[in-house]
Write a protein that binds this ligand. Structure first.
Ligand SMILES: NC(=O)c1ccc[n+]([C@@H]2O[C@H](COP(=O)([O-])OP(=O)(O)OC[C@H]3O[C@@H](n4cnc5c(N)ncnc54)[C@H](OP(=O)(O)O)[C@@H]3O)[C@@H](O)[C@H]2O)c1
Ligand SMILES: [Zn+2]
Length: 372
């Protein structure tokens, strides 16, 4: 197992309460702003609608865009306030709503689940062809509606994945959304064993997942970070090299590492113009550059003559889909694990946001509810 824990991450799954409470603790905010806007409050336990399950949350991830940018008012979706953040999470099913088949799908009370609440409409061409990531009306629990910085969530039964017994809540939460996204990135890019892959921001929540998954799948992975201590940690994970993407010799170093050829796949979730330009410089002929995020701006320079003469592709991957999720969980069964950095108690969500915004994380940050 390659999980690197800077602090022990608690492993307890919540039990099924004898009687469901009517209210619960949640972290809410009433105005967009700095981490201080996050406060603990008592709110109603959500009702379980048709096709939904009620999950008693064990661990919920903190992400840069869906959590931090949303809280700060920099996300394109502005949910109704007060809002409860929290998308990727894991917990114990404590109730099932009408219409949820329990026996066949293995979703039943007491089951430990990972929740990936990215919901396609189910009816459009994209959804019907298995590419819900391209659904024009994609909705995300925790963005469009209240999320999992709370003791309980009501989520669609098709958003939960039954877990093997040996998975702890932080690991399960850490892979719930980023795992299917990373798998989709690598599959859409046509990754093959032995390929050189470069992941920009490889210490980030998503970047570390992609880098570790690519390594697990047999690729030779180069990761980038501006911080020397994170580069050391990336090397300790087993990456071939860890480089500073802002350093002068970056392009030459990647070329030297790859025997002059460049990388077959480059993954950029940052959208920084300078780093993006450098990635295009080190992309091999016929290479694929994948983009799944742009929180550093997203307007980038592009040398089209280079792109077409080298037969390269730039590929947007918005999120995962059912096929990438299935493939991801198969790799979890074969031993793939996300890089989990540390856990904060749910009540310290503001501290966890500050920690992430200071770029102090190496991998996933989770909030844990600590309920027995
Ligand atoms: N499409 C999806 O489903 C999805 C899912 C998750 C995340 N994302 C995207 O992935 C990106 C990262 O999110 P995350 O949650 O993984 O973030 P994170 O853990 O907070 O990491 C952010 C990374 O950004 C890098 N960074 C920060 N400021 C920088 C700067 N000025 N120049 C260069 N690098 C800088 C840091 O790298 P250093 O190591 O150099 O400090 C850090 O590793 C976001 O754009 C997000 O939208 C997309
Ligand atoms: Zn749809």
């Amino acid at each position: 197992m390659t999980t690197l824990s800077a602090r022990p991450v608690p492993a307890a799954w919540p039990s099924v309460p004898r009687e469901l409470p009517r209210t619960m603790s949640a972290v809410v905010f009433d105005a967009f702003g700095p981490p201080d806007v996050l406060r603990v409050d008592t709110v109603d336990v959500p009702e379980v609608g048709p096709g939904e399950v009620l999950v008693r949350v064990a661990a919920v991830c903190v992400g840069r865009f869906l959590d931090v940018s949303l809280r700060a008012g920099r996300h394109p979706v502005m949910p109704e306030l007060p809002h409860v953040l929290g998308v990727e999470h894991a917990g114990t099913v404590v109730a099932v709503g009408p219409g949820v088949e329990t026996g066949v799908s293995e979703i039943d009370v007491g089951q430990h689940v990972a929740v990936w609440p990215v919901l396609g409409c189910g009816n459009c061409e994209a959804c019907l062809s298995g590419s819900k990531e391209a659904c024009p009306t994609l909705r995300i629990d925790g963005v469009h509606s209240r999320g999992a910085y709370a003791e309980y969530t009501a989520v669609g039964a098709d958003a939960v994945w039954s877990l093997p017994d040996d998975l702890d809540p932080a690991t399960a939460a850490g892979v719930a959304l980023a795992g299917p996204v990373a798998m989709n990135q690598l599959r859409q890019a046509g990754l093959r064993t032995g390929d050189w892959v470069l992941v920009a921001g490889a210490a980030s929540a998503l970047g570390s997942t992609t880098a570790e998954l690519a390594r697990h799948l047999g690729a030779r992975v180069i990761g980038t970070s501006r911080a020397a201590w994170k580069r050391e940690r990336l090397l300790a994970m087993g990456l071939e090299a860890a480089l500073d993407p802002t350093a002068e010799g970056f392009v030459d170093e990647v070329r030297a590492l790859t025997g002059g050829a460049g990388v077959a796949v480059a993954v950029d979730d940052l959208g920084d113009p300078d780093i993006f330009a450098r990635l295009t410089d080190v992309l091999a002929p016929q290479g694929v550059l994948v983009s799944s995020g742009a929180f550093l701006g997203g307007t980038v320079p592009l040398n089209l003559a280079r792109l077409y003469t080298l037969n390269q592709r730039i590929l947007g991957v918005r999120t995962g889909n059912d096929a990438s999720a299935l493939a991801l969980w198969a790799e979890v069964a074969r031993g793939f694990r996300p890089v989990v950095d540390r856990a904060f108690p749910l009540a310290e969500a503001a501290e966890a946001h500050r920690f992430l915004e200071a770029d102090d994380n190496m991998g996933r940050i989770v909030l844990i509810t600590g309920q027995a």
